[in-house]
Structure formats: C-alpha cells, structure tokens
Design a protein around this ligand. Structure first.
Ligand code: C5P
Length: 232
C-alpha cells in the first residue's frame, strides 16, 4: 500500500461524517474512524464508508487478554477495513493472538499496527504512574521491536519518533503518524507536531490529519495541499 494521507474523521455522528465525505467529489480519501464514532454508530458506519469506496483505518486500540483480543479481531476481520490497531502494552502474546484472530481463512488480513506510548503521556507520568523507567524514546523503540517480533506491520507514533523506529525495526516496518500541522496553521492541543513535508522527510508511511482538514474553510483544498506536500 503506497504512502498516503489519512483523514481523522473525528465527528460525533454518521450524518456529519457523510456530509463531510460527500464534499469530496473527485477523490476518495483514506479515512480513520475512531472510538467516538464507532461506539456511537456501530459497524454500519464502517460498512457504509467502505461501500462509498474509501479505505478505512479502524482506530479502536484494543487492549485486553489475548483470548479476548483474538476473538474481537476475528469479528473486525469481517469488516473489510485496511488497517486496525492495538496497544503494544498488551504484551507480545496479545499481539500474536490479535494477528491470528485478524487473519481470514484465505490468509488475507488488514494491516495491524501497535500504539506504543500515547503522545498524551509525558515522560514524567510514564515514570511516576506507569512505573516505566528510561526515556519515552527507549520505550517507543522497545514496544516497536516487540510489535515487530510479534509479526505486526508497524506502529502509530509521533512523526518525531518515526526515524528512530525505522532505524530499529527496518524501513519496511510502517510508521503511521498523527500530530501533523501546516507550517502556517493552528496547533490546537497538539504539542509535538510536524508539517506533512517534514513527516515525509523523516520517513512516515502514512500521516493522520484531523482538524487541519476537517476544520478548514475549504477541506478539499486543505486535503490536496496535504497530499501534495506529503507525496510529491
Ligand atoms: O485533529 P488532529 O490532526 O490533531 O487529529 C489527530 C488524530 O490522531 C486524532 O484522531 C487523534 O485522536 C489521533 N491521535 C493522535 N495522537 C496519537 C494517537 C492518535 O493525535 N498519539
């Protein structure tokens, strides 16, 4: 699958999401569906977005005992999405079980990614609350390595971490990176950000972009600008 821009569809309802996607008459962007929308609308929204011809990253970040995650992934494998994810903190056994559950009878499966440390977790909280010592960077690289050993395809991480993940796990190991802003744009609540062009230089395979596109006056123009900076 080639490098692409994924639009984070962080809308509260199916109606809002479809109204947004209806504005794209010439292209079919890759979209990310997160917990808020999935819990509100259920699998029907995923089927509808697939029916409309979009690729889907289903961002549900599973984390439970291996048996439960395996069965949940088996259910998700029938949704025909392109990407799903889980928390690497669930251990290698959980990731292996997830991979098994996600693989369909014909051997095909969506791309499976691991979330390493959420970008909302500071190093201080990782030390004090999670009792993980060392730097965030070390933890991200270690979790990425575990994900690779479990057979996963890549990780979701900050673009600022994508380079070192590639160094540790190889350039084929995918990095999917949120935290993207245009050079002249509003940061919102994101702190560690990069532009689409910089994310490309660092080696991100997919960038996840929400508000710079969804809240833009002209979302189509913002999406095209993103694609141009990231792919060309
Ligand atoms: O609007 P914005 O571009 O900040 O949206 C980024 C998207 O990526 C949101 O859906 C957010 O939940 C998600 N995300 C993130 N940081 C992570 C993991 C996911 O911003 N570490």
């Amino acid at each position: 699958m080639k490098k692409d821009v994924i639009i984070a569809c962080d809308f509260a309802s199916a109606a809002e999401t479809y109204a947004f996607l209806d504005r794209f008459t010439e292209e079919k962007p890759f979209v990310k569906i997160g917990m808020e929308l999935y819990y509100a609308e259920g699998p029907v929204i995923v089927r509808e977005i697939r029916r409309r011809g979009h690729s889907v990253f289903l961002d549900l970040k599973l984390h439970d005992i291996p048996n439960t995650v395996e069965k949940a992934m088996r259910v998700l494998s029938h949704l025909d999405v392109q990407m799903v994810n889980l928390h690497a903190a669930g251990t290698k056994a959980m990731m292996e079980a997830a991979l098994k559950g996600l693989t369909r009878e014909d051997g095909t499966r969506p791309i499976l990614l691991a979330v390493t440390q959420l970008t909302s977790t500071s190093e201080e909280r990782m030390h004090d609350e999670l009792l993980i010592s060392g730097s965030i960077a070390d933890c991200v690289c270690h979790y990425a390595q575990m994900a690779k050993e479990a057979g996963l395809d890549g990780v979701v991480c900050s673009p600022l971490e994508a380079g070192m993940v590639k160094e540790r796990c190889g350039k084929e190991f995918l990095t999917v990176t949120p935290g993207i802003r245009f050079a002249d744009g509003n940061k919102g609540d994101q702190v560690r950000i990069t532009t689409p062009a910089r994310a490309k230089e660092i080696g991100s395979d997919f960038i996840v972009v929400g508000r710079p596109i969804t809240a833009a006056e002209d979302p189509i123009a913002a999406y095209r600008k993103c694609v141009k900076e990231f792919r060309e």
